[in-house]
Design a protein. Structure first.
Length: 87
């Protein structure tokens, strides 16, 4: 948002025509909006939180086990947990 305001101020001080000002402001707005969209992240889901915690626990318990096997164990634990609890 600050970059947009700076761009508008630069355009006002440069003395360009109204059409070129509008185009430049539009480009600046799109750049800022695109960057904001790329940096916005969603909150992790319950599954993602569970898997991160479970994988950390499994890595401590089985340090030499390969990642695919750990993922299988963590996924099985998630299924078991979901069957036992309410959705």
């Amino acid at each position: 948002m600050i970059r947009l305001l700076e761009a508008v101020q630069k355009l006002e001080s440069s003395g360009k025509t109204a059409v070129s000002d509008a185009k430049a402001v539009g480009r600046a707005t799109r750049k800022v909006a695109t960057k904001a969209k790329k940096t916005a992240k969603r909150a992790p889901s319950a599954y993602n939180l569970f898997m991160a915690k479970e994988l950390k626990r499994l890595r401590k318990k089985h340090p030499r086990t390969a990642q695919p096997q750990l993922m299988k164990k963590a996924a099985a634990a998630w299924r078991k947990k979901k069957k036992g609890g309410k959705r």
